[in-house]
Design a protein around this ligand. Structure first.
Ligand code: ATP
Length: 138
C-alpha cells in the first residue's frame, strides 16, 4: 500500500497532546478550514478556536478542540501549537456546558463589569469543546 500519510503533532504549553500518523487533517484556520494531505506545501497558518479533525491510517476520524495558535507544515511534519487542546473523548461535557452558560449569561447581562472579549473567547472555547465531543446544540 502506498504511504499516503504524514506526521501530525498537537502541542500545548503544558504537554505534547499526541503524535500520530494521519491521512488527512482539517484545521480551523483563521479565515476558514484548511485541509492537509501528504506533501502539502510548507505553510505557517494562524488558527482560531475550533475543532481539528484528522483521519488516521486505519481510516478512523478523530476530533479535538483547539484554542488558537499556529499550524506549521514542513516536509510531511505537521505541528499544531495551541494554547489548549482536548481530544473528544477527554472532554468533560458538563464542564463545557457550564462554561458556555456562564459566558452566555455574562454576554446577555451587558453590564459594565463584563469583559466582553473575554466572555466571547470563553464562549468560543466551550462551543468548540461541545462540537468536538459531538454535543453541540444551538
Ligand atoms: P473553564 O471555565 O471550564 O475552566 P476554560 O475555557 O476557561 O473553561 P481553559 O482556560 O481554556 O478553560 O483551560 C484550562 C485547562 O482545562 C486546559 O488544560 C484545558 O485543556 C482544560 N479544559 C477546559 N475545559 C475542559 C473540558 N470541558 N474538558 C476537559 N478539559 C478541559
Amino acid at each position: 500500500m502506498a504511504d499516503n500519510t504524514f506526521a501530525l503533532e498537537v502541542i500545548t504549553p503544558e504537554k505534547i497532546l499526541f503524535r500520530d500518523e494521519a491521512q488527512f487533517a482539517v484545521v480551523p484556520e483563521i479565515t476558514g478550514e484548511l485541509g492537509v494531505l501528504k506533501n502539502h506545501a510548507p505553510v505557517l497558518a494562524a488558527l482560531k478556536t475550533g475543532v481539528l479533525r484528522y483521519t488516521d491510517t486505519g481510516g478512523t476520524v478523530h476530533k479535538m478542540a483547539v484554542n488558537g495558535g499556529f499550524m506549521e507544515v514542513v516536509y510531511n511534519e505537521v505541528k499544531v501549537l495551541t494554547e489548549t487542546a482536548e481530544r473528544a473523548e477527554d472532554i468533560d461535557v458538563a464542564r463545557a456546558m457550564a462554561a458556555r452558560d456562564r459566558a452566555m449569561q455574562r454576554l446577555q447581562a451587558r453590564d459594565d463589569g463584563v469583559n466582553v472579549t473575554r466572555a466571547e473567547a470563553a464562549l468560543q472555547r466551550s462551543i468548540s469543546r461541545l462540537k468536538a465531543a459531538g454535543k453541540y446544540q444551538q
